[in-house]
Design a protein around this ligand. Structure first.
Ligand SMILES: [Zn+2]
Length: 109
């Protein structure tokens, strides 16, 4: 019987192709710009990678937490974020980021 070496070499080619593709995915992931974790729009900002609108909302919330902690006394971060979400007169972006931080407290720094 004649062996068919082309079959195994085709398999080998496929294996190389797969490993090349997974490397390309890794490279693409590294090179891909960061996306805002709240709304998934692209962000070129360093740091947590929020889009400009959510970055601004995040800064506002950070300033607000100091005032609110003074006003309410012992206010924990989850309490504060829940109050922000329910408070009237707070912009939708700030509420979105409050919800995001409530669900991802490790992002609060
Ligand atoms: Zn965003």
């Amino acid at each position: 019987m004649i062996s068919k070496p082309e079959k195994s070499s085709r398999k080998e080619k496929a294996r190389i192709l797969i490993s090349k593709n997974s490397r390309a995915v890794d490279l693409a992931r590294e090179a891909f710009p960061m996306t805002c974790p709240v709304c998934n729009s692209e962000s070129e900002l360093a740091g947590p990678g929020y889009c400009p609108a959510h970055q601004r909302a995040f800064e506002n919330i950070r300033q607000a937490v100091e005032k609110w902690t003074l006003a309410y006394g012992n206010l924990t971060l989850p309490d504060f974020l829940q109050r922000v979400e329910k408070a009237p007169g707070i912009g939708p972006k700030a509420k979105e980021i409050a919800r995001f931080l409530f669900e991802n407290p490790s992002r609060w720094k």
